[in-house]
Design a binder for this molecule. Sequence first.
Ligand SMILES: Cc1cc2nc3c(=O)[nH]c(=O)nc-3n(C[C@H](O)[C@H](O)[C@H](O)COP(=O)(O)O)c2cc1C
Length: 205
Amino acid sequence: MANNTLLRIKIIVGSTRQNRFSEKPAGWIFEETKKLEGVEAELLDLRDYPMPFIDDPMPPSMAKGQYSNEIVKKWAEKINDGDAFIIVTPEYNHGYSAVLKNALDVIYPEWNRKPVGFVSYGSAVGARAVEQLRQVAVELQMAPIRNSIHIPVDIFFAAMMGKGPTGPEMFKPVREGMMGDRVQIFFDDLLWWAKALKAARTKSA
Ligand SMILES: Cc1cc2nc3c(=O)[nH]c(=O)nc-3n(C[C@H](O)[C@H](O)[C@H](O)COP(=O)(O)O)c2cc1C
């Protein structure tokens, strides 16, 4: 596949907490993404991007991609390189994590006109955090896709209590539930938007 049709999908680990669960679904969906044809997947761990809380004098939407902090610059390069994003989010007090909000806010044009899908978990499958993220994504001029992967509560709780499998096999039921293969449905949606928006961005560049 020629380079201009290769889709670069970045998977973002939305928790930096010690003992975080997020790295398990993130690692799993990263491996699943790597299997897709015509896709180059990369895992972006916010622990590797310890950015300050946003402090640039100019709002990122007006800064024309100029950022003063070196880590923010590196983050901006990574996001700029992406054609689509998968955000793996926890739910903290019915919202998403502060570290994720900061990572979204510190840059702007790099997100624009690109799709984003969500993987979440929690007592209400992380749905409340995902709904908030959709609102933020629209303001970042992103296209939040309809289908998400919500890790079933029993899988999440079992892993947290050490009462279930701890490896990627724990996510097998996500592909085998009553609602069909949620991973396939999710990727079909994400790739459709990724291809459509990449073509449109290339045309208007
Ligand atoms: C500050 C805080 C607030 C939380 N609030 C919620 C919540 O509103 N809903 C929920 O389902 N779980 C909540 N939890 C439990 C998390 O779902 C659980 O700790 C999960 O492992 C967090 O993801 P992480 O391990 O990837 O950071 C909360 C946890 C923390 C640390």
